[in-house]
Write a protein that binds this ligand. Structure first.
Ligand code: FES
Length: 102
């Protein structure tokens, strides 16, 4: 199901913003004209990924223990993150960020 989660203009460049969609924590990260959506909790210790930072073109560093993951694939890129996080398809339409949750 597709959800209208946010206004594109409200997402600061390179900053992750946490939302709750259908009761699920979701992280949106704007990188240039693109928006990535992942699960909102890190796979290491289930802590929020909000407050982390971009450390590569699509690499997001968790704010808690220095682990990192790829926003496009959800795959871990740096320990102690060693399990993938879920990613969700995103479309920007009419200035709105639409996220598809299954
Ligand atoms: S909770 Fe993310 S690296 Fe530990």
């Amino acid at each position: 199901m597709v959800h209208d989660v946010a206004a594109f203009a409200d997402l600061p460049e390179g900053t992750g913003v946490a939302f709750v969609v259908e009761g699920e924590p979701v992280l949106l990260v704007r990188v240039g004209d693109r928006v990535f959506a992942t699960a909102g909790l890190c796979s290491h210790e289930d802590q929020s990924l909000e407050g982390g930072m971009l450390v590569g073109p699509t690499e997001w560093q968790c704010p808690h223990h220095g682990g990192a993951l790829d926003l496009a694939t959800g795959r871990p890129t740096r320990m102690p993150v060693c399990a993938p996080v879920e990613t969700f398809p995103v479309r920007v339409d009419g200035g709105r960020v639409l996220v598809a949750l299954e």
